[in-house]
Design a protein around this ligand. Structure first.
Ligand SMILES: *Cc1c(COP(=O)(O)O)cnc(C)c1O
Length: 384
């Protein structure tokens, strides 16, 4: 191993979470596995391989580059890949040729899709995205009639696989009004689309939060990201789920662990600053362990003097600033910490655990952001 730290991916946790999601959605609803952001930092190739093994056949990505990664990892014919965001006009032909589905939310992309399909003598598989109130991407309702007319005129070269939208924060009750207004608009759209017999799309609106909090938004397909990795989108959604099912513990399991080892141990006398600058001062003699992880590996600098790690089964404080490639841990009260000892940044050691959501308590960082900051160049090791 040449890397300074590594990520473990638990295969049994993935299986547990996928089984949970399939149960939760039932047989009528397609589960699309959202693997954008390098599969939420878990490693898109590693994650897709395991998800496929446990029965996932539909994958959603943010851009063409991620679609390419999934395609390369899972060349099987029975895999569907859907791009929800950016694809350059120049890549649309590649997408059409490779059966990759993509969102269309403006006229230019729609026309380029038709041209590419004509050239290839085939059809482009598109999802028409509707603006329902997020005000990000999507055709406004007023323009739908025109879009449908264009689709009908070019139906030889288009397959409308889906009609979709995205909710602007279903994970928080403070957005209730906005979310329910969006649902109304989406239902209106469905009624409009259903008047056209030449169309038979899958309707999709929900991500993890809405699939739990607003079950009616499940329609034909649900785009699930964070649940796969063992996290509820927010504590609020977790509590809602637990109350509804009268259970006390999350049915999901954390998939990721992040580990490194002690690279040096030393004693620092009383009355000294530790590391860069003056943020940590010793009031008494202390013992520190130097750990080869820093903000270049995704360990946020804002965890300086705040973060905690596990060494020899106990929790210890990070002291001083997190450097680019190193940080110091106070091990004064640990039992004989030595060079080479395992350091857990996320995960279990003995009967202690550093959870991903604990980072929420130290610094204002949501699970989604912390995970996607883990660099692709850390090795992902599959464990049981
Ligand atoms: C990221 C994303 C999702 C998945 O969200 P989760 O909260 O992780 O389930 C679904 N749909 C779209 C359009 C997204 O960008």
């Amino acid at each position: 191993m040449t890397h300074t730290s590594f990520i473990e991916i638990s295969e049994s946790a993935i299986k547990n979470n996928i089984d949970f999601i399939k149960n939760h959605l039932g047989n009528e609803v397609t589960f699309s596995s959202v693997v954008k952001g390098n599969a939420y930092g878990h490693g898109i190739r590693t994650y897709c391989t395991l998800a496929y093994k446990y029965g996932v056949r539909h994958f959603s990505v943010s851009d063409a580059n991620e679609a390419y990664e999934v395609k390369k990892t899972l060349p099987q014919k029975d895999v569907t890949i859907m791009i929800m965001g950016m694809i350059h006009n120049s890549q649309i032909e590649w997408a059409v040729e490779n059966n990759i589905e993509f969102y269309v939310f403006e006229n230019d992309r729609l026309q380029v899709a038709v041209e590419a399909a004509k050239k290839l003598k085939t059809s482009a598989k598109i999802h028409i995205e509707i603006e329902t109130g997020m005000n990000r991407t999507g055709f406004i309702l007023k323009d739908i009639a025109k879009v449908l007319k264009y689709v009908q005129e070019n139906i030889e070269h288009l397959v409308v696989k889906g009609v979709c939208s995205h909710l602007a924060g279903a994970e928080s009750i403070s957005n209730y009004k906005r979310i329910t207004d969006q649902q109304k608009k989406f239902r209106k759209t469905i009624n409009k689309i259903n008047q056209h017999e030449f169309l038979n799309p899958d309707f999709h609106l929900a991500s993890s939060a809405a699939s739990i909090r607003y079950p009616k938004t499940r329609y034909d397909l649900v785009r699930i990201g964070i649940l796969q990795f063992g996290f509820f989108p927010t504590k609020e959604i977790l509590v809602h789920y637990l109350n509804k099912h009268r259970i006390f513990e999350s049915p999901l399991q954390r998939v990721i662990s992040w580990k490194t080892q002690v690279m040096d141990v030393k004693t620092v006398k009383s009355g000294q600053f530790v590391g860069y600058g003056t943020s940590f001062f010793t009031n008494h003699e202390i013992k520190i362990a130097i750990v080869p992880v820093g903000y270049s590996s995704g360990y946020s600098r804002s965890l300086s003097n705040r973060g905690k790690v596990l060494i020899r089964g106990k929790r210890h404080n990070i002291i001083g600033t997190v450097n680019m490639n190193m940080m110091a841990v106070d091990v004064t009260y640990a039992d004989n910490v030595e060079k080479g000892d395992e350091v857990v940044l996320i995960g279990d050691q003995g009967d202690r655990e550093i959870t991903v959501s604990s980072f929420n308590d130290y610094i204002q960082i949501i699970n989604y952001e912390l995970l996607t900051k883990l660099p692709d160049n850390l090795p992902r090791i599959i464990t049981k």
